[in-house]
Write a protein that binds this ligand. Structure first.
Ligand SMILES: Nc1nc2c(ncn2[C@@H]2O[C@H](COP(=O)(O)OP(=O)(O)OP(=O)(O)O)[C@@H](O)[C@H]2O)c(=O)[nH]1
Ligand SMILES: [Mg+2]
Length: 178
């Protein structure tokens, strides 16, 4: 019975978010900063991938991270060890980062570091295969991870994430099949 109202609210929410994402994107383009939105189910290896990326590409490439987690700064602290700017955002009960939250992260980043000097910004989204795919944050590309331990049915069960992704990385391929 409430379906049309729910649909209208959902569309307005996404519309408002898209306006915020476009605003973020304009800042990123102005600064010459490429932004990737890293998404996956919990534990697929987003932070592990970032650890390896920072170890191998920083400081030749100037990288910063916006780290989204519901409650802790555990992932942010893992990445701070690499000496790069890491802005932690706690989403509270929200299961994804939205454009407004990332705008706050960008402002913090710009206050602490010269944004023109950062080449690559990686946004690690909250571990979730559903919500992050619906909310753009201004990224230039969406990177999805799928670990072999999650099961091959996941792209069928969570199609939006896998349809929206510009790049898909299969992780944990070192683990033997069960
Ligand atoms: N064997 C194996 N383990 C991995 C690999 N990538 C990540 N892991 C392990 O998987 C666990 C979860 O990795 P994280 O990088 O924390 O995963 P995440 O996607 O950041 O998790 P959330 O932020 O909680 O969503 C850790 O114990 C990692 O060491 C991989 O390629 N192979
Ligand atoms: Mg993580």
């Amino acid at each position: 019975m409430h379906q049309p109202l729910d649909d209208a609210l959902g569309i307005n929410l996404l519309h408002a978010n898209q306006a915020g994402a476009d605003h973020n994107r304009a800042h990123l383009d102005q600064w010459g900063m490429t932004c990737l939105n890293l998404m996956s189910g919990p534990g697929a290896g987003k932070t592990a991938l970032l650890e390896q990326t920072l170890a191998q590409l920083s400081p030749e490439l100037s990288i910063a991270v916006v780290e989204g987690d519901m409650t802790t700064e555990l992932d942010a602290d893992r990445l701070r060890q690499y000496g790069v700017p890491v802005i932690a955002i706690n989403t509270g009960r929200a299961c994804h980062l939205d454009a407004r939250m990332v705008a706050g992260g960008l402002h913090q980043l710009a206050e602490l570091h010269s944004p023109n000097d950062i080449d690559l910004l990686v946004v690690e989204n909250v571990g979730n295969l559903v919500c992050p795919a619906e909310f753009e944050v201004g990224e230039h590309a969406k990177v999805a991870l799928l670990s072999v331990t999650e099961g091959a049915d996941k792209p069928l069960k969570y199609p939006v994430m896998f349809r929206e992704a510009d790049v898909l990385l299969i992780t944990k391929i070192d683990l033997p099949p069960i």
